[in-house]
Ligand binder design. Structure first.
Ligand code: NAD
Length: 335
């Protein structure tokens, strides 16, 4: 614990960086305690006497939220996706939930660009050739000229849009599918709006996913969708592992239907030792680090702590978004 005044905030281990940095951030505003949060017993112990709890990707299903101490009024999700939290269970317990949708938009878009270029230019294989002595272009496998290719972007929110604008100069054309984004906005960004997911899959040489994991988007790229992609196409996923059927992806790579993939997120993290993806060829994997930069890490900590304290003081959040309100919040804070 630190600080003598203010609310008590329980922070799940490995949520928001270095504990001493987090303590210094709010030294005069809150007490902070750290602990593991991997099961219901730990949830009860960590939140004992706490006003709020902060997590990143630690799953909060209904039973874990029910195990929180009755004093908990706010959950701070240090990050973007809400797929790991049972929001209905939080609402039922009158616990407000705040998340930080914009703390790493640039980093995630940049990481998707890096994967797209590294996979399409076969950077890892080419680097390994030099490490092993030297190599021949003919041993690198298929190498598309991106300026003749179509880039398909599925999900045209903050990250999809930032990714598309960065990649636009590399490609002949960009096509985007997002049922909630007006076609005019997609056209204004220099991309062509697609009417269906299938249209993007069937016309793109590179497909990149930038949509949230929701019950209706789970498994949205399964074996049928991978089969509908162009032969030799590349798949990039920095959004959520649950969007893609990983066994079907491994098969598509092994059979050569896809020429490569760049993946930052997985159905189970850490990636299990027996995952089919580990044996798949032409697959560049990173361990859910798309969000990371020194600055984004500090932003995530600072913004989450700040917004959680604002809510506990019944003030509107200033950095993130309120995903679940609660009756005890004032009308202003709910807005
Ligand atoms: P956002 O809410 O701004 O955009 C998501 C877009 O997806 C929205 O425009 C929405 O309309 C669209 N969408 C929803 N369902 C769709 C569907 N069925 N088909 C096509 N589009 C659909 O979110 P964002 O900031 O762009 O983030 C996107 C995702 O990136 C997050 O949900 C999160 O899972 C992921 N993310 C990953 C990392 C990482 O480190 N790998 C970090 C941050 C965010």
């Amino acid at each position: 614990m630190t600080g003598d005044t203010g609310p008590t905030i329980a922070v799940a281990h490995q949520s928001i960086g270095d504990p001493s940095y987090v303590r210094d951030l709010v030294a005069d505003r809150a007490r902070v305690c750290f602990g593991p949060l991997t099961n219901d017993a730990e949830a009860a112990a960590l939140t004992d006497g706490a006003d709020a709890v902060i997590v990143t990707l630690q799953p909060l299903p209904a039973e874990r939220i029910q195990a929180f101490a009755p004093s908990v009024r706010v959950i701070g999700r240090a990050g973007v996706g809400l797929d790991t939290i049972d929001l209905d269970a939080a609402a039922a317990r009158k616990i407000a939930v705040v998340h930080e949708p914009t703390y790493a938009t640039t980093e995630v878009a940049n990481h998707a660009c890096a994967l797209t270029l590294a996979v399409s230019r076969r950077i890892v294989d080419a680097g390994a050739m030099v490490s092993g002595g030297w190599g021949l272009c003919s041993d690198l496998g298929p190498m598309p000229d991106l300026s003749t290719c179509t880039l398909g972007v599925i999900g045209f929110g903050a990250i999809g849009r930032a990714y598309a604008s960065r990649m636009r100069p590399f490609f002949d054309c960009v096509i985007a599918f997002d049922p909630a984004t007006p076609h005019r906005d997609i056209l204004d960004s220099g991309a062509h709006p697609a009417r269906t997911l299938e249209e993007v899959l069937g016309t793109s040489d590179v497909v990149s996913l930038h949509l949230p994991l929701l019950p209706e988007t789970r498994g949205i790229v399964g074996s049928a969708q991978l089969g509908a992609m162009r032969r030799g196409a590349i798949l990039v996923n920095v959004s959520r592992g649950g969007l893609v059927d990983e066994v079907a992806l491994a098969d598509a790579l092994t059979e050569g239907h896809l020429s490569g993939a760049g993946i930052d997120v997985f159905e189970k993290e850490p990636l299990p030792a027996d995952s089919a993806l580990r044996a798949a060829p032409n697959l560049l994997m990173t361990p859910h680090v798309a969000w990371f930069s020194d600055q984004a890490s500090n932003r995530m900590a600072g913004w989450t702590m700040d917004d959680v304290i604002c809510l506990l003081e019944n003030r509107p959040v200033t950095h993130g978004r309120l995903a679940v309100g609660a009756e005890w919040l004032t009308v202003e804070a709910k807005g």
